[in-house]
Structure formats: C-alpha cells, structure tokens
Write a new protein. Structure first.
Length: 162
C-alpha cells in the first residue's frame, strides 16, 4: 500500500471540506481525535467482538472494511495536520492480538498520540491500526481499494451537502 498516495487523496478531501465549511486555519486536531475514537467504536460495534451477551452475528465483511477505512481517513488526516506524513509506510504486520485486545491497543495508541502528538506516537498509532486490520483479516490491498472507494463517496457526499 502506498500511503503517500492516500495522504495526497486525504489532503485533497481535507482541503475541500475545510474550504467549503469555512474551517480554513482552524485547529481541528481534537475534533479529529474524537471522530477517530468514535469511528473505532463503530468498527468494534460492527464486529460485535466484545458483545458476549449477544448471539447476533457480526456485520458483513464489506461493512466492517468500510468502517475500518473510516478510521484510516482520520489517522491520515491527523498525520497531515501535524506534518507527520513524511516517510510513513504501511507496516507489514504478521501478527496481532486477539480482536478485543487489539481494539484496546488501538484506543491506547490514540490516547498516547493525543498526549504526545509526535512522530513516534503517530508511527505507533499507524502500526496498531495496521495490526487491527490484520486481526480483521484484511490485506493491505483490500484496505487500499476500500480507501479509494470511500474517498470517492466522501467527495460525493460533500457535493451533496452531507
């Protein structure tokens, strides 16, 4: 996966949103951090991995992948906001924690990033999120294709005053 291509696409989307919504020059990092946490929660909800009290099955893999990519949009956007996008590569993950533990690792990485907002914490967040993708059994290629598709949907939504 070429993260620089994704950063470029995210930059275009962010610039469009900030221009059209009159947000140019506003600091949006805290809002994006909260949005990322919400998206991770929505993703966990679709997997139902923590719902020990329920026998309802998880959502379709396509739905889960779309939720995963929603979180990736905010991770990329945060990297751009803080100029941490240089020299970041999508990690080749070969192992991850069980799903519940991996979600908790991602939440922890988001909190660490919020506290430090530096390159090391950002790299850790990207790695933890890639591990979550591995735990969900998504390939880098699937994630990239889903990102492209969702980015297009997000532009379409902006065109229709979403």
């Amino acid at each position: 996966m070429n993260l620089q291509t994704l950063f470029s696409m995210q930059r275009q989307l962010d610039e469009r949103i900030e221009t059209e919504r009159g947000l140019r020059g506003e600091r949006l990092v805290e809002r994006k951090l909260l949005a990322l946490l919400v998206e991770i929660g929505e993703l966990a909800n679709e997997t139902r991995c923590f719902k020990f009290w329920s026998s309802k099955p998880k959502a379709a893999d396509e739905t889960i992948l779309e939720e995963y990519v929603d979180g990736l949009h905010f991770i990329l956007s945060l990297g751009l906001d803080l100029s941490l996008d240089k020299h970041v590569q999508w990690p080749n993950v070969e192992e991850s924690e069980p799903l519940v533990e991996q979600f908790l690792c991602v939440f922890e990485a988001v909190q660490m990033f919020r506290e430090k907002m530096d390159k090391q914490a950002y790299d850790r967040l990207v790695y933890a999120y890639a591990q979550l993708g591995h735990a969900l059994q998504f390939t880098a290629e699937q994630i990239e294709r889903a990102y492209f598709a969702k980015n297009e949907v997000n532009h379409e939504r902006q065109s229709h005053n979403y």
